[in-house]
Design a protein around this ligand. Sequence first.
Ligand code: ARG
Length: 325
Amino acid sequence: MKKATKMAALVLAMTMTVSALTACGSSADNAADAAGVEETAVEETGTDGSGEDAAADTDAAADTDAAADTDVASDTAETDAADSDADAEQSTGAMTKTEGVLTFGTNAEFPPFEFVAGTGVIDQYDGIDMAIAKQIAEDNGMTAAVENMEFDSLLVALQNGQIDAAIAGMTITEERKEEADFSIPYYTATQVMIVKEDSDIAAAADMADKKICVVQGYTGEICVNDMGYPYEAFKKGTEAVMELANGKCDVVVIDSATAQKYVDENEGLKIVEDADAFESEEYAVAVRKGNTELLDMINSAIEAKLADGTISELGVQYTEEITAE
Ligand code: ARG
């Protein structure tokens, strides 16, 4: 009895450590994954043995109760689910909400992954993620559609069947894994600090007495919150960066590639990295819990695009496009 209680406490403590680390965009498994995306791909799609490791087990555990969760998750909706209600109901259990169409939710405020352009790869939506989404659909003989919404709404939209998958530079975190199933990762990123060129911020600890800006719901917010610093959260990256440019805040904490884009587009800003404070994060596609048919489809497509270099080419293409003057 006593032993069992002790064990349970230990397991709980371990789990808590893992999620505490994950909260700031890094975790035991992420750290290992960072070594090689493809390796991760194989690991995570493979049958997950009866491992003893809490981190590795999370997926398997999530999968077990997934079937039950999915069927219940219909009407917790908040937003404009009204018109998609009929579809949502039919979608329960089905692979996609509309036959032949893979509906991706995104928040097109996150260049180079997703942004609104004159002409995009899917309607007006362009970026690395949009190109990946289109290929996932086409590889499976489907068309890709995009629903643009707030980043914070994506997992709810998944749960209520408004979208089939979320692709939004979304970092895998333990918390989010409780709400959705994630594909194999397709991109590794990290949080960085954007500051004015003459800033004396050289490391994360230097933010202690500075005014910090983040974007609401992003892992950057979670990181700064975990560090215990006060901050102001904005709805969009561009708003936070404007605040910085206008001298109303001292530092913006946001994902690396997006930060680079903002620095390229706004004079007088630079990026400060701190690999000790901000560890690597992995972006993946999220699907409704238990929608393994769709998840497998997405995983095979991502695996193939990682293996043949398509995804890294897209990375280069969209980064260069943005950096080019
Ligand atoms: N990687 C960060 C996160 O998962 C930021 C993602 C923001 N993506 C977006 N499409 N707005 O929280």
